[in-house]
Unconditional design. Structure first.
Length: 336
């Protein structure tokens, strides 16, 4: 039995057990009423790139739980959850205050904020306090955490979106902007000429926040809903679903729970050469040469690129630059 088949069997067993314990009200409810604000590419309205909502909705659908997300302003999200008109949210950062009223899922992404400046800027800062006296644009209503909140001497400029912050940066109204590392990867992959000619990208995360699906504690069956989501998430990380939603060919996660990450291929066609770009979902990946990486392909782990059977080494969707894979998808872009 392959590792993937073993996990699928275990996941199926756990899911049956979880669903069997759901209270009747939770099992019979029409759908979860979720809310998010517009935060592309993580959350947005249908038809736009909204990877966080897609991850959560897909996991819930696989668990047999219907959900609908309404996109409103952030204050309306918070107020609606507090007043009970929304059951939770597909994308929220953890805080002690929020945990009093909400149950948090396992993290399904880690938002790593990196520094971006105009071409020629020094983006080597190791911590946000290194930017004393600088104007730094950031999306204004997110709880970035202690690393950002405690920074002294930094003038933060509040923007409503990455696009607005980029506009401020290019207009000289800000010296830097903070963006998610995944957004930076999308820009460098999908708009390489504009990005390389216009911007400098830092590589050191200046803040890290895990992203979660949340449900109000007083929702019937809330604990079982969260557990069902967590179960399906583990399957999505290894069967290619997660990478496909992110529009990425390679992701890195701990597949078998042994504390060591594996590089997970999207499908069984891994390309002709080791991957040049791997997205580390939870930010734990050390710099590792291909011969020492652990590759997970269709249920099996291979120690190093050379150990992968030749039958898999054909051009396919695991190559992030494969135009066939990208055809028909809506990829995140910004206007320069």
């Amino acid at each position: 039995m392959t590792i993937l088949a073993h996990h699928a069997k275990r996941i199926a067993f756990c899911l049956v057990a979880v669903l069997a314990t759901l209270p009747a009200q939770a099992a019979d409810q029409d759908e979860l009423r979720l809310a998010s604000d517009a935060w592309p590419p993580f959350t947005d309205r249908p038809g736009n790139h909204r990877i966080a909502i897609e991850i959560v909705h897909t996991a819930l659908e696989r668990a047999g739980i219907e959900a609908m997300t309404t996109v409103v302003g952030w204050r309306e999200v918070v107020r609606g959850i507090r007043q009970g008109s929304f059951d939770g949210s597909a994308a929220m950062w953890r805080s002690d205050e929020r945990e009093r009223d909400l149950l948090f899922s396992d993290p399904y992404l880690e938002n790593r904020l990196v520094l971006v400046g105009r071409k020629g800027s020094d983006v080597a800062a190791k911590k946000i306090s290194d930017l004393g006296g600088k104007r730094v644009a950031a999306v204004g209503h997110y709880a970035y955490g202690e690393e950002i909140d405690s920074a002294r001497g930094v003038l933060f400029i509040s923007g409503r979106s990455d696009q607005e912050n980029l506009d401020k940066l290019l207009a000289g109204e800000a010296d830097y902007m903070l963006v998610d590392a995944l957004v930076a990867l999308y820009l460098l992959t999908n708009q390489p000429q504009e990005a390389a000619a216009t911007l400098e990208f830092g590589t050191t995360p200046l803040a890290r926040r895990t992203l979660h699906f949340v449900v109000r504690r007083d929702v019937a069956g809330a604990e079982e809903i969260i557990e069902a989501f967590n179960t399906e998430l583990r399957g999505m990380l290894t069967d290619g679903t997660f990478a496909q939603i992110l529009h990425l060919g390679w992701i890195q996660v701990d597949v078998d729970g042994d504390g060591r990450d594996e590089v997970v291929a999207l499908g069984g066609q891994v390309g002709l050469a080791p991957p040049g770009s791997i997205y580390d979902v939870f930010g734990t990946m050390p710099e590792t040469p291909p011969e020492k990486q652990r590759f997970f392909i269709q249920g099996n782990i291979y120690e190093g690129w050379d150990a992968i059977p030749e039958q898999y080494k054909v051009q396919g969707p695991a190559d992030p630059m494969d135009t066939t894979f990208k055809q028909g998808t809506t990829l995140f872009t910004l206007q320069f």
